[in-house]
Ligand binder design. Structure first.
Ligand code: FE2
Length: 371
């Protein structure tokens, strides 16, 4: 099921990290993903190591550099710390969408390539996104092996015990950009890939007393790709978006939201696996119980115990929770989301979340705008 440009949905996400082996272990242990592929010196790749992890529709690649001249990776890490280098859209025809995007003003990173081996071929091309991120188009219809050419089974079969998390697929990917960049990047998606802006968080819409943001959401024709873009908006103190831009040293991916069909068991499992989440006070749940407009099927006491948030929309509701930043810098984090008829992104929870994030910012000494 693709749209007029042949966009099918999210494909893989590649992270550049300091030590791929150790970070891959975290993904296997904490998120209960399976290490199903590998490339490195043993497979003939000398300058980098990549672990390919999968679970249901999730496809993550964890990559680190091995040599001082692995400059593309090491320069990224030096500037940004661990983060997302590229995320991919699965398409019917890589040449077609790449050509369209270029005609409409996309910035090229890689022209279409056809990676081949004895198992078949994979087509890929990439355009620029934000400062230092890539948006990849991929098609692997003619490939019958692990991930893509260059990857093979992991060298060692490591058994990692973890609670079953039930994580399913990427729901949306969010970018943080500088002041006045949000409209440019929203237009970039809209013009190059026929996306449309469909939610607009205006000035004064989101924010606490201290920090605020502006946000637009662009989505593909069939809404299989949803990409909110945030920019900072002036507040009394430094906003979480400004903190990200400073600590990441530029614009990039802020969070990836992952779907689950049963968020209560997913979050219980993730907590057992050691994942840390943002919290909200009990008063949040008192207010939620007072709202009678939409019935929530899930047990409110369980939601409260696990600190899962709920946002009601006219057509339904969604349940969501945000991890703390997963790496050393307060930059990238995950969201876990379960949708029950709602198509939004939890706007009603932003206030409670901002207050929670600001507590952590204060601990890091990054809340005061005079810092
Ligand atoms: Fe989100």
């Amino acid at each position: 099921m693709s749209d007029s440009l042949g966009i099918r949905g999210y494909d893989y996400i590649e992270f550049y990290v300091g030590s791929a082996k150790m970070v891959a272990y975290w993904y296997a242990k904490a998120l209960n993903m399976e290490i199903t592929g590998y490339q490195g010196p043993e497979t003939g790749v000398r300058d980098r190591i990549s672990y390919y992890l999968s679970k249901n529709k999730l496809k993550f690649v964890i990559t680190s550099g091995l040599k001082p001249d692995s400059v593309e990776i090491l320069n990224f890490l030096n500037l940004h710390g661990d983060g997302i280098k590229r995320w991919a859209i699965e398409v019917d025809d890589v040449e077609k969408i790449y050509t369209h995007a270029m005609e409409k003003g996309a910035i090229s990173v890689r022209r279409p390539q056809h990676l081949k081996n004895a198992h078949g071929s994979v087509s890929e091309a990439a355009i620029r996104l934000f400062d230092d991120t890539e948006l990849v188009y991929i098609n692997r219809d003619n490939y019958g092996h692990i991930f893509k050419p260059g990857y093979d089974k992991p060298i060692q079969n490591i058994e990692i015990q973890a609670e079953e998390t039930g994580l399913m697929a990427v729901d949306h990917i969010v970018g943080n950009v500088r002041e006045n960049e949000m409209d440019r990047w929203a237009n970039y998606f809209n013009e190059t890939m026929n996306f449309q802006t469909f939610v607009d968080f205006q000035k004064g819409d989101i924010g606490t007393k201290y920090s605020a943001l502006l946000s637009k959401v662009v989505r593909s024709e069939k809404s299989t790709i949803k990409n909110p873009i945030n920019e900072p908006y002036e507040g009394m103190k430094k906003s979480q978006i400004e903190e990200y831009l400073e600590q990441y040293h530029g614009s990039g991916v802020q969070h990836v939201a992952i779907n689950t069909g049963d968020i209560i068991s997913t979050i219980a499992a993730l907590r057992k696996n050691g994942v840390e989440f943002l919290s909200v006070p009990d008063t949040y749940y008192d207010a939620l119980r007072d709202r009678k407009d939409i019935q929530i099927k899930e047990d409110m006491n369980e939601l409260q115990k696990l600190r899962i948030l709920c946002d009601k929309e006219s057509e339904g509701y969604l349940l969501q929770i945000f991890t703390k930043p997963i790496g050393d810098r307060p930059t990238f984090f995950f969201e876990i989301i379960q949708r029950a008829g709602a198509t939004g992104f939890g706007k009603g929870n932003f206030q409670a979340l901002f207050e929670s994030i600001e507590l952590d910012q204060e601990l890091r000494g990054n809340l005061d705008s005079n810092n």
